[in-house]
Design a protein. Structure first.
Length: 184
């Protein structure tokens, strides 16, 4: 008798679930964008803008998107212009000054990426004025610059006895506080 009630209960439950499935099958789903979240970023709260709407994204994660996961500084990557390439030049021992006609400085290639694997390290370099970048390993030459070494975050190039270190992630200068010098 208990088995009969258990089987009857399971049958009724399965029938109810099948009926609910049929009803939900024909129900339309609203996929329109959601309203902006009431969550405010820490920056908005500090600025006293609690009554203003958040960023254009409706997720409420504005602060999260401002801090990219794969950037060491966790700040948005701002590409450096050709005029402001952070090149650290270590010159060879100083020779006595001789009058030499000054030649225009050779443009540095831009460091776009680094690949390190079991066979060695390579740097993705883009020549000045080129549309395309290529991979270069130790000892290879690009625009007259020879790749001396490739590290995990920089590549060292040499030309005419001078060494230049190109950083993959240029240092970010701290922004001046808005408002006044007191931080308010």
């Amino acid at each position: 008798m208990i088995k009969l009630f258990a089987a009857l209960g399971l049958g009724v439950t399965a029938g109810a679930l099948a009926l609910a499935n049929l009803v939900l099958y024909d129900t339309p789903v609203d996929i329109s964008p959601t309203a902006p979240s009431a969550q405010r970023s820490a920056h908005d709260l500090k600025a006293g803008a609690a009554g203003l709407p958040t960023a254009a994204d409706g997720t409420g994660f504005a602060e999260t998107f401002e801090r990219p996961l794969f950037t060491p500084t966790r700040r948005k990557f701002v590409p450096v212009t050709d005029a402001g390439l952070p090149a650290q030049v270590a010159a060879a021992p100083a020779l006595p000054a001789q009058p030499v006609a000054s030649a225009p400085a050779a443009p540095l290639p831009a460091l776009l990426g680094i690949s390190i694997n079991g066979t060695g390290a390579q740097a993705l370099l883009k020549s000045a004025g080129a549309d395309q970048a290529d991979w270069y390993g130790n000892g290879q030459t690009v625009d007259g610059w020879t790749v001396a070494s490739v590290d995990k975050d920089a590549a060292t190039l040499q030309r005419d006895g001078k060494s230049t270190r190109l950083l993959l992630y240029p240092p970010v200068l701290p922004a001046a506080p808005a408002g006044g010098g007191d931080g308010l």
